[in-house]
Design a protein around this ligand. Structure first.
Ligand code: BES
Ligand code: ZN
Length: 606
């Protein structure tokens, strides 16, 4: 077999991915042709996936990832000849290997007809009653980390990249969008076509369908949302174009042509998801005053860190999220200035300290580079990857200075574009780039402690934080006995309120009431403020906040809010029954991803 230069490049140094069954050392797919038919009644996607293959060596088998997929037929699409296949044993969260017998040939393409099951973890099917206008059903996908395999049989590993075409049929009146170029849209016929010409890992393949309107914000940015939400969203996200320009000024051109933002129904389990060309976002980011849009800066930053240069395996997740969290603050610094950015960074450091403390019993999980073999990659989604990762990069930035550091990063994104990066390769590039003339700095900056060691090394950078100083002063005055209404809080931004609430001393009921009377926290329409407040209300047994808490828990499904609240409720005997009764009511409306995390918290046996 002739092995091309291209395939040598594709296979060079590919690390073993502990979360994929695929035989990527022998063969990979580099293009997918996808056909989907959406059946909302049955909650099933009927699909055909045609995989274009590139071989490293002759191989008998093609091994793919599947989970909860029913395989109807496997065939060679040119001859139409059937290929025999078998499904391996079911493994927790990994699913089943699909082993396709290539019949001694090296077919250029293999096609799989299949359908998904209603419980597919990547899919949430919403009834019309769960949408804002209640007219049409809604479907959205969430493939990261290893859920693409629940709706597409593929090599579901971040180290394997594909371009794709997709053609989608849906019931009339429903609009289908994907994180890709929209090449054909016929709402009348219910037919849609898409093309993704840039090579992406399967975890970034994304689709949504429902009653969706579009509003343009700039030439290359716009918002998709349910009709009742689209105007509010377009106002809230008006700085999208400025965010792209800010990032381009540091890292070079945006490679994905468009950046649209889809606002999902409230059950979306995450804050945001960086699907290429089309960020998916929670409606809880819409505060009415643009105060939470750093979340969009985060998802945009993934267009470089993650989507352009991708973590090779989920053990290297910190390279996606740490670099992105670092960049998020840089973007906000350009948009809103250093005081805002430093307040934002300080909140991140508080999260980091708290997480390290909470994880004191499993210090290995506080390393940046993880070993998630035999564990769900979801276990790695902690503030360690995000905040310890970002703080490590901040150490490098401060030591080398922005000019050198930015040049390094810009070159890093360019030279690794559309490929993957391991922790080892990242460190090598650092060593041979930034540290080349100063190898002794490697030890001095404790690089290996940051990456391979527990906790927070003592050279964490603390920047001056004037906005945080104001909240510290208010907290000190409160502790000294000043009445809440007398505190100097005029002109505070959301992040200062968060700092204030999180760092309140232990409060009794009366003190909580005085704060609530002065600042109306229980009535806050800002999801982050309400969340922070509820997290204080539960230990203080401040019951006046419980109706608002119950409404919050039953009207949105963002796991980052749900899980800590339910955990806090379950921690105290007096609120356990309340937690269980709210969960019993709300569970049906939550996404499978949230349900999987919450069932154990609430001792819920399905
Ligand atoms: N890519 C992540 C979301 C994710 C990570 C989904 C791992 C599944 C597995 C996304 O970019 C993200 O980090 N979202 C955050 C928001 C951000 C502002 C920290 C979230 O959803 O909370
Ligand atoms: Zn992220």
């Amino acid at each position: 077999m002739f092995i091309s230069l291209l395939s040598l490049m594709i296979f060079a140094d590919r690390p073993v991915d502990p979360h994929s069954f695929a035989n990527t050392q022998e063969v990979v797919h580099d293009h997918l042709d996808l056909k989907f038919k959406l059946d909302f009644e049955a909650k099933v996607i009927h699909g055909t996936a045609t995989l274009r293959l590139v071989y490293a060596k002759p191989t008998q088998q093609l091994v793919l990832d599947t989970r909860d997929l029913i395989i109807d037929r496997v065939f060679e699409p040119v001859s139409g000849e059937n290929l025999s296949f078998e499904l391996g044993p079911e493994q927790a969260y990994l699913g089943r290997a699909l082993k396709i017998d290539l019949g001694g040939k090296q077919p250029q393409q293999v096609a799989i007809s299949y359908h998904s099951q209603p419980q597919a973890a990547a899919l949430q099917w919403l009834a019309p009653s769960q949408t804002t206008s209640k007219k049409l059903p809604f479907l959205f996908t969430q493939s990261q980390a290893i859920l693409a395999r629940t709706w597409i049989p593929c090599m579901d590993s971040p180290g394997v990249r594909v371009t794709f075409n997709a053609s989608v049929d849906a019931p009339k009146g429903i609009r289908v969008i994907m994180g890709a170029k929209h090449t054909q849209e016929d709402m009348g016929k219910g037919h849609f076509e898409f093309a993704m010409p840039y090579s992406i890992p399967p975890y970034l393949i994304a689709l949504a369908a429902g009653e969706l309107e579009f509003k343009a914000m700039s030439k290359r940015t716009g918002v998709y949302a349910e009709p009742a939400v689209v105007e509010k969203a377009a106002w809230e996200f008006a700085d999208a174009e400025k965010m792209i320009e800010a990032t381009e000024s540091i890292y070079g051109p945006y490679d994905w042509e468009r950046w649209d933002i889809l606002v999902l129904p409230p059950s979306f389990p995450f804050g945001g998801m960086e699907n290429p060309m089309l960020t998916f976002a929670t409606p809880t980011v819409i505060a009415g005053d643009r105060s939470l849009v750093s979340l969009l800066a985060h998802e945009l930053a993934h267009s470089w860190s993650g989507n352009l240069v991708t973590n090779a395996t989920w053990n290297d997740f910190w390279l996606n999220e740490g670099t992105t969290t670092y960049t998020e603050a840089r973007i906000m610094e350009v948009l809103l200035g250093p005081d805002f950015a430093n307040m934002h960074r300080a909140l991140g450091q508080q999260d980091l300290r708290e997480t390290v403390q909470d994880m004191s019993k499993s210090p290995d999980d506080t390393h940046l580079f993880l070993n998630l073999k035999d564990r769900d990659p979801d276990d790695g989604m902690t503030d360690i990857a995000y905040e310890k990762g970002a703080n490590f990069l901040t150490v490098l930035e401060h030591h080398f200075g922005r000019e050198k550091w930015d040049a390094f990063l810009k070159n890093y994104f360019r030279s690794n574009a559309f490929s993957t990066i391991t922790t080892e390769a990242f460190l090598k590039q650092l060593k041979e780039g930034l540290f080349k003339d100063h190898p002794e700095d490697w030890q001095k900056l404790k690089v290996e402690d940051w990456v391979f060691g527990p906790g927070i090394p003592d050279n964490l950078v603390q920047t001056s934080n004037p906005l945080g100083k104001a909240t510290d002063e208010a907290l000190a005055a409160l502790k000294a006995g000043k009445a809440p209404a007398e505190l100097e809080t005029k002109g505070w931004i959301t992040q200062q309120w968060l700092d204030f609430i999180r760092n309140l001393p232990e409060m009794d009921n009366g003190q909580m009431k005085a704060l609530d009377d002065a600042f109306n926290f229980s009535k806050s329409g800002n999801s982050e403020i309400l969340f922070a407040w509820v997290m204080r209300a539960i230990p203080a047994d401040y019951q006046a906040a419980y109706p608002a808490m119950e409404h919050f828990l039953t009207h949105m499904g963002r796991r980052k809010f749900l899980k800590p609240i339910y955990q806090e409720l379950m921690k105290h005997e007096r609120t356990q029954a309340l937690a269980k009764s709210i969960y019993a009511k709300a569970r049906d409306g939550y996404h499978p991803i949230s349900v999987t995390s919450l069932d154990p918290v609430l001792d819920f046996k399905p």
